[in-house]
Design a protein around this ligand. Structure first.
Ligand code: NAP
Length: 298
């Protein structure tokens, strides 16, 4: 039987540790950790993600500050808000909920975030440290995936790992983290030729293409580990409830693999948990608290 890599279960276990950590250390720090989330516009999925982050923060004892801006706001005003939050002593972490409307220069906004508060790990300085394999804030989805693999002692060193996708949010940082952990990594994208052949060589196959059910069993080697990052809401008719699926046709693939992540309940919950880890990492650094979080930041 294939092993389910249960991100929901692991995220709850990590949250319990984080909760204890805050409880023990908040007297010394004289305040709880704080996370600021900037949302621009009315993208409904972003609304759900921000709510989930807010709930996760309150479960572990992080104070959240939500800034929901109208899409009529100017780039300069968002930059000023980021600068203000950079200086705010009650805020340890800050993120810009993506996607934001096209009129904004997303990369410029991210580069305004103080790297020490950049809990999404997307600022150039944190990406640079990842390239150099130096300790820093790590982007949440890739770090969550590495923790999920480690939690079941799935070896990364020496394995052939294929990552489908090369985005700044997932594919690139994930490939670098796995490379730093001595995996042999192939990063693929929409212009890759013979994708199926490349995927069939993978001991660990990670699908982050954002294409529903792209990967069926014909892409997968017997006994491989498959990680599904994609998340899609499919509706068959206007009346029916939307159904969640990933980039992997799981029913077809599961009988063939050693381990897999479900959708939902795999990578998604780990992404939120890593955001909490990064926020607490920044808080403990600020107050010189002893750390037991470093192992969670690959
Ligand atoms: P993205 O920015 O759209 O990037 C998609 C990547 O996949 C691109 O590099 C693209 O190649 C590549 N690609 C697209 N179609 C392909 C194909 N047919 N074959 C091979 N490569 C292909 O998306 P993203 O932000 O990385 O996110 C990917 C998926 O993960 C989305 O479904 C997103 O919703 C999900 N996601 C989930 C979580 C979570 O917590 N569960 C977090 C983040 C993202 P090019 O570069 O050539 O265009």
């Amino acid at each position: 039987m294939s092993l389910k890599l249960d991100g929901k279960k692991l995220s709850l276990e990590i949250e319990e540790k984080l909760n204890n950590y805050i409880y023990i250390n908040k007297t010394m720090a004289k305040r709880n950790p704080g996370l600021a989330v900037i949302r621009i516009g009315e993208d409904p999925a972003s609304g759900v993600y921000v709510k989930n982050k807010e709930k996760a923060c309150s479960r572990v004892g992080i104070k959240s500050f939500i800034f929901h801006l109208k899409d009529t706001v100017e780039q300069k005003e968002v930059e000023q808000l980021i600068n203000k939050l950079n200086l705010d002593k009650d805020i340890d972490g800050m993120l810009l909920q993506l996607p934001i409307p096209n009129k904004f220069d997303e990369q410029r906004l991210i580069s305004y975030i103080n790297p020490d508060k950049d809990v999404d790990g997307l600022n150039e300085q944190n990406i640079g440290k990842l390239v150099k394999n130096e300790s820093a804030m790590r982007s949440c989805t890739p770090a969550g995936i590495v923790n999920l693999l480690r939690s079941q002692n799935i070896k990364i060193e020496g394995k052939n790992i294929v990552v489908i996708g090369r985005s700044l949010l997932v594919g690139k940082p994930l490939s670098l983290m796995l490379l730093n952990l001595n995996g042999t990594v192939t990063m693929t994208h929409s212009k890759t030729k013979n994708l199926k052949k490349i995927c069939k060589e993978a001991d660990i196959l990670i699908a982050a293409a954002g294409k529903p059910n792209l990967i069926d069993s014909s892409f997968v080697k017997d006994g491989a580990v498959i990680i599904d990052v994609g998340i899609h809401r499919l509706t068959s008719s206007e009346k029916s409830k939307p159904r969640l699926c990933g980039d992997v046709l799981l029913g077809d693939v599961i009988p063939k693999v050693f381990a897999y992540t479900p959708v939902p309940g795999g990578v998604g919950p780990m992404t939120v948990t890593m955001l909490l880890v990064n926020t607490i990492f920044s808080w403990q650094k600020q107050f010189g608290l002893s750390s037991n979080l470093n192992d969670l930041l690959p």
